[in-house]
Design a protein around this ligand. Structure first.
Ligand code: PMP
Length: 416
């Protein structure tokens, strides 16, 4: 019998043209030009299976969850609850009960600040963030520190947009109770060294919250291997609907946290004098939730799972390299954020032009990029800027679209 030949595991490449057929919004003209959508870090587009799942809820299973014994409510509840399992698989969470449905990353962070925060922080305690955070991972901690008398510290970034780890080692100490930091920077695309920072925090007995709004769309996530305590992301950056997102937390932590909002569905027993509360995750899901949004999130993660996260990552990496090389050819384009480890997010300025003007001129060519401070003013301040233009790619973008961006930039620069 001959030995079975050794084969390297291979992942068949992503069929991007087939993928693009799943995204109806891609197939339109803007200002008479075919749309090139490069604002995926702000919000991604929605594929047909997600649209169908949402429509299916509204047209067939339209009822409230967790309350009705009738068929429609049972179906809506089953679909809503099924998403928890899909999310748990997506994050490699230990159990679905660790997944709390919220409105998005912003609400997830605010939930932790409002519930875990006051019970654990007081004068002399410290919360550590970084200079590359989105405002959603800065302002809740500022307000919490003001309320509790704790102190907020920030790990600075260097000229390439990377956290300065010596500063992290200096700032994370025995007073640190929580480190809240982004997995990937939204303004620059830097993939942050979260493992190092988690190790520093754990050595001091501090908890770690990871803002995964930009990490979850691009990187494989294993919350158990990461060793984080909380992980947050938004559905709308992952091909899902707006108004839905996830707070994942280690179950023992969630269990020890008091309720967030109060009302229906989060209680066990209510008398006129006092109430007792459900176990997590329902303790944190007061009121009628965004049922269609949660069902849409489940469909989005299932869609990504079926395309293959590895296949998507390989395609994105190849497109990333191509775009980086093409953008480097553009004279007068100044990249902002040049860390070696990045997702395909390109922040830049154009010498001699305001980023807003660059954005308008690109839009006139059918090309959607984001301009402004990207809700990360401290990042802009680190670079001495008030704004950048940002092209952020997704797995349904193509080399042709990158070429269109580069051509349009040449044209814009010619007009200056
Ligand atoms: N954190 C990061 C890193 C983000 O990119 C965003 C969205 N731009 C948020 C938090 C806030 O997400 P949302 O607006 O969906 O709550």
């Amino acid at each position: 019998m001959s030995a079975t030949p050794h084969r390297e595991p291979t992942v068949s490449p992503l069929d991007v043209e087939a993928v693009r057929r799943d995204f109806p919004a891609l197939h339109q003209e803007v200002h008479g030009k075919p749309l090139v959508y490069l604002d995926n870090a702000a919000s991604s587009l929605t594929p047909t299976p997600v649209l169908e799942a949402i429509e299916g809820f509204y047209t067939r299973d339209r009822a409230n969850v967790h309350r009705g014994i009738h068929e429609l409510s049972q179906r809506a509840t089953a679909a809503y609850d099924a998403t928890r399992e899909v999310v748990a698989r997506f994050l490699h969470a230990a159990r679905p009960e660790e997944v709390v449905h919220v409105r998005g990353t912003t609400e997830a962070i605010n939930l932790v600040a409002a519930t875990w925060g006051p019970a654990h922080l007081g004068p002399g305690d410290e919360v550590v963030i970084t200079q590359s955070e989105h405002h959603a991972n800065i302002v809740p901690w500022q307000l919490l520190c003001e309320r509790t008398g704790a102190t907020l510290r920030a790990i600075p970034i260097d000229a390439t947009g990377q956290w300065i780890l010596e500063e992290a080692r200096r700032l994370i100490g025995p007073r640190t109770k929580l480190v809240a930091c982004g997995h990937v920077s939204n303004a620059l695309g830097t993939i942050n060294p979260v493992a190092e920072v988690i190790a520093l925090a754990k050595a001091q007995g501090a908890l770690v919250l990871l803002d995964g709004a930009q990490g979850a769309p691009h990187l494989p996530i294993d919350v158990q291997a990461l060793g984080a305590d909380f992980y947050c992301f938004s559905a709308h950056k992952l091909c899902g609907p707006t108004g839905a997102g996830v707070l994942w937390g280690r179950y023992e932590l969630l269990e020890a946290m008091p309720p967030y909002q109060a009302g229906g569905d989060m209680i066990e027993q209510v008398t006129l004098e006092r109430s007792t509360f459900q176990a997590p995750p329902l303790r944190f899901e007061a009121g009628t939730p965004n049922i269609a949004g949660v069902i849409g999130l489940g469909a989005a993660l299932t869609y990504l799972e079926e395309l293959g996260r590895e296949r998507i990552a390989a395609y994105e990496e190849e497109l990333h390299q191509y775009a980086a090389a093409r953008l480097a050819e553009v004279d007068r384009l100044i990249p902002v954020g040049t860390a070696p480890a990045k997702v395909p997010v390109f922040s830049f300025t154009v010498d001699g032009a305001h980023p807003t003007d660059v954005g308008y001129l690109l839009d006139s060519q059918g090309i959607a990029v984001r301009t402004g401070h990207h809700c990360a003013q401290p990042v802009m301040a680190a670079f001495g800027l008030s704004a950048t233009a940002r092209a952020s790619l997704a797995f349904y973008n193509t080399r042709d679209e990158v070429d269109r961006l580069v051509e349009a930039l040449h044209k814009v620069i010619g007009w200056l």
